[in-house]
Design a binder for this molecule. Structure first.
Ligand code: COA
Length: 385
């Protein structure tokens, strides 16, 4: 039985900042941010947006009355949770009008959460072939104003419908994974911004990739030549390049050059929105499928990494007519119709939040779903009429 991604949706907030303007405001060389880090723009979420509203936005694009009734599992992968107890997935029940006969919950493991959800969805569909699973990655990457991590912030979500009728990508159930207790990145419950040992994190990311790639080749008897592209978790687009460099000299120069060329297609959208945390790998996948010349039957290798740390390397095969099932125009218009805001506007938004007893004026909302108020410390969401 084939199992994989039947539909994929993407959302990013309507406002962004220009990375060159950020560099100038922070007294940095613009080339450091655009070349050294590899970013062009950074999404800035509005105060009425969070992991729930963004998850609803991307999931809404891929759901209809017909596929909703077959959903048996709803997983939100996020490290930007809005509640220490209640799962983000439950807020989606009303916002997306989902049937009650589902298991709905949240998974947290830094940027690995969506991959954990995807693998769980694979297992769910393999034992329930008539059912579908909704897996949504949704995050706001926040390090803080004037921190080294600031240039690697971003926001957005990617939703995937997993079923036994994949139209976009077949998951092959070939995977190598590892976990280790590492202090490279963390966000204590009291803090809205993450703490990172950035360079240490880069080192662990690369080490995990090298270890898993060795293990994957041995276990599944493959070489780099078996893959059209290698897609990476991209907290910033230079990161994947660094992991890929470990292949230089170990594979043919021709294959290395080809993988580097393919990687560029996978980072086009990441350069435009910044870090999606757990959605980053999957935005890279979407970017690759839309912008490259990949063809049905091509094999892709995906590297997922979540600080803390969990890594997973797995393969997937591109489906026939995959492009027909991706809302290419929606993705492009979402990215092209955003509003650039100044660095001081971004700094002001960064410090604001909706507090208990406050409500949001719906006329300022640009998307479909929003945090409408906080009442008795409960977050209440609405769909824009
Ligand atoms: N032109 C071109 N490149 C330049 C440059 C210039 N003028 N000035 C610096 N650079 C390059 C550096 O050589 C470096 O490249 P390299 O990494 O290939 O060596 C890169 O820009 C970054 O410079 P660096 O001095 O290392 O930046 P930094 O100390 O500000 O830190 C991060 C960068 C990524 C470590 C920091 O943004 C961070 O901690 N981000 C959070 C990342 C994280 O932890 N994510 C979670 C893990 S997945």
């Amino acid at each position: 039985m084939d199992i994989g991604i039947e539909r994929i949706g993407f959302y990013t907030p309507n406002s962004y900042i220009d990375i060159v303007e950020l560099a100038k405001a922070r007294g940095q060389e613009p080339d450091k941010f655009t070349i050294g880090i590899g970013q062009d723009k950074q999404a800035v979420p509005a105060i009425y947006e969070d992991a729930v509203t963004m998850a609803a936005e991307s999931a809404d694009q891929i759901l209809d009355d017909s596929n909703k009734k077959d959903i048996g599992l709803v997983i939100v992968g996020t490290e930007s949770s809005v509640d220490e107890s209640k799962a983000s997935a439950l807020f989606l029940m009303d916002l997306l009008d989902l049937p009650e006969n589902v298991r709905a919950f949240e998974i947290k493991e830094a940027c690995y959460g969506a991959t954990a959800g995807l693998q769980m969805a694979y297992n769910f569909v393999s034992t329930n072939p008539g059912k579908k699973a909704l897996v949504v990655a949704s995050d706001i990457a926040r390090y803080g104003i004037n921190t080294p991590g600031e240039v690697t912030q971003g926001a957005g979500s990617v939703a995937m419908l997993i079923s036994s009728t994949p139209q976009i990508l077949k998951l092959e159930n070939k995977s190598a994974y590892m976990s280790r207790n590492v202090g490279d990145f963390w966000r204590p419950t009291f803090s809205k911004t993450a703490f990172a040992r950035g360079k240490f994190s880069n080192q662990i990311y690369i080490e995990f990739f090298e270890t898993l790639w060795k293990r994957y080749q041995k276990e599944f008897d493959v070489t780099a030549d078996d893959f059209k592209a290698m897609l990476y978790h991209i907290p910033y687009t230079k990161m994947g390049t660094k992991a890929m460099r470990t292949l230089e000299g170990k594979i043919s120069d021709e294959k290395y050059a080809q993988l580097q060329a393919e990687y560029k297609y996978s980072i086009q959208y990441g350069r435009e929105v910044g870090n999606l945390y757990t959605g980053s790998l999957y935005l890279g996948l979407l970017s690759y499928l839309i912008n490259s010349a990949v063809t049905p039957g091509d094999e892709l290798l995906l590297f997922s990494y979540g600080s803390g740390a969990v890594g997973e390397l797995y393969s997937a095969k591109v489906c026939e007519n995959f492009k027909q099932y991706i809302h290419v125009k929606n993705v492009q218009s979402l990215l092209n119709n955003r509003k650039k805001i100044s660095i001081s506007e971004y700094e002001s938004i960064f410090s604001q939040s909706v507090r208990d007893g406050e409500s949001v004026d719906p006329s300022v909302v640009t998307g479909e779903f929003y945090l409408s108020e906080i009442k008795e410390n409960e977050r209440l969401y609405k769909t824009k009429q």
